[in-house]
Design a protein around this ligand. Structure first.
Ligand code: TXA
Ligand code: MG
Length: 327
C-alpha cells in the first residue's frame, strides 16, 4: 500500500531516497502527477511498466533538474537549445538523439537511440530531482488507459496497491501533459500537443512545426508504428522448443531445451521465471546476443500474462522483418 507524504522537506528527502533505492514514487509536476522511477535502474523501470499495466513498453520521458543534466542524456542541436532556453523548466519535452554516455536503461527508451527529456517547472518535482541527482522517468501516474492524474487522490485511486510512495503537492497547474517536440536534425516535429501551445513554439523558432504524419512508417519518431523499429541484426526464432546447430539461446525460467548445450551462447531472461526481472533484462540480453554475432537467436516461450504481454510484443517486433529490408 502506497504511503502518502506531504510535499515538505521530509517528503522530498523520502522521495529522493526511495527513487535512489529503486522505489516507485508518484510526485506532482506542473502538468500532471508523474510516476517516477530511477531511469538507470532497469528493474525499477520494469516494475513501473507493470504497475501502470502498460500493454507495451512505450518509451518514457527522462526528467532532470537542469539543462546541464539534460545535455548528459541528449544531444541538443541549435533548435533544441533554443527551445530549451525558451521553455525549460516547463511543459515541453524534447526528443533528441541520445548523448554518448547516456546511462538511461534501454527499457526506458524502448531500445530507441533517441530519448525524450523534460525539465519540469514545479517546486516539488524540482526539489526531488535536484536531491536525487539522477534522471527519473515519469509517465503519468495513472493506470494505463485511464486519464492522467492531477491530484494525489487520483493517483491513489489508480495505483495505491502498486506503488511505494505518493508526494501530495496539491492539484497540478497545467493539467495536461507536456508538448513533445522531436529535434532530430530535420525540421522539428510536433509529436504530441500539450501544455505549451504549438503557436508559442513556432513563434520562438520562427518556423512551422512538422506533423508526425510526415514521418515515415519506419521512422523512430513514431515508436510503435514500425513493426521492427529496434530489431536486432540477428534473426529471432520465437517459441523455440529445441536449439538448432549454430543458434544462440535466449532462455526463460529454470528449464532447458534439447540442443541447448551446443548453443553458441545462452542468456536467461529470468532463471526464476519472474516476468519483471525478464522485462528488465530483455533489451540488454538482445543486445548482448546480437553483439556476439549470432545469425539466429532461439527464444524460449514466455507466458503472456502481466508484463509477459509487453515482452512478447517486443519480441515479436524484434522478430519482424526489417522495414525496407529484402527478407
Ligand atoms: O507532462 C508530461 O509529459 C508527463 C509528466 C509526468 O511529466 N509525462 C507523460 O509521460 O506524459 P507519458 O509516458 O505518459 O508520455 C510519454 C510520451 C509517449 O507518448 C511516448 O511515446 C513519447 O513520450 N516518447 C518517449 N520517448 C520517445 C522517443 N524517444 N521518441 C518519440 N516519442 C517518445
Ligand atoms: Mg500518460
Amino acid at each position: 500500500m502506497a504511503r502518502v507524504m506531504k510535499a515538505d522537506a521530509a517528503g522530498v528527502r523520502e522521495a529522493a531516497d526511495g527513487l535512489a533505492a529503486g522505489a516507485l514514487v508518484a510526485f506532482p509536476t506542473e502538468t500532471v502527477y508523474g510516476l517516477g522511477a530511477d531511469a538507470e535502474n532497469a528493474e525499477a523501470v520494469a516494475r513501473l511498466y507493470a504497475a501502470k499495466g502498460r500493454p507495451s513498453f512505450n518509451p518514457l520521458i527522462a526528467h532532470v533538474a537542469d539543462v546541464i543534466s539534460a545535455r548528459k542524456l541528449a544531444r541538443l542541436d541549435a533548435v533544441a537549445e533554443r527551445l530549451a532556453a525558451a521553455f525549460w523548466p516547463g511543459a515541453l519535452t524534447i526528443v533528441a538523439p541520445q548523448a554518448i554516455g547516456c546511462r538511461v536503461c534501454a527499457l526506458a527508451t524502448a531500445g530507441l537511440d533517441t530519448i525524450a527529456v523534460r525539465i519540469p517547472d514545479h517546486p516539488v518535482a524540482q526539489a526531488i530531482l535536484t536531491t536525487v541527482s539522477r534522471p527519473v522517468v515519469a509517465p503519468s501516474a495513472n493506470h494505463s488507459g485511464h486519464v492522467s492524474p492531477t491530484r494525489a487522490d487520483h493517483v491513489l485511486a489508480d495505483l495505491a496497491g502498486q506503488i511505494d510512495l505518493v508526494i501530495d503537492g496539491g492539484p497540478t497547474g497545467v493539467g495536461v501533459e507536456s508538448t513533445i517536440v522531436a529535434c532530430l536534425g530535420a525540421r522539428p516535429m510536433l509529436l504530441r500537443p500539450g501544455g505549451i501551445p504549438r503557436t508559442a513554439i513556432e513563434h520562438v523558432l520562427d518556423a512551422r512545426l512538422a506533423e508526425p504524419s510526415a514521418a515515415r512508417a519506419d521512422s523512430p519518431l513514431a515508436p510503435g508504428l514500425s513493426a521492427s523499429h529496434y530489431a536486432p541484426r540477428a534473426r529471432l526464432r520465437l517459441e523455440a522448443r529445441t536449439v538448432k546447430p549454430g543458434e544462440a539461446l535466449l532462455a526463460f525460467g529454470p528449464g532447458s531445451l534439447p540442443g541447448a548445450s551446443e548453443a553458441r551462447r545462452v542468456l536467461n531472461l529470468s532463471v526464476r521465471a519472474d516476468l519483471i526481472e525478464a522485462a528488465a533484462n530483455l533489451f540488454a540480453c538482445l543486445r548482448t546476443l546480437d553483439a556476439a554475432g549470432t545469425g539466429t537467436i532461439a527464444v524460449m516461450p514466455v507466458p503472456r500474462e502481466g508484463l509477459g504481454e509487453a515482452i512478447n510484443d517486443r519480441l515479436e517486433r524484434a522478430a519482424a522483418p526489417r522495414a525496407g529490408a529484402a527478407v
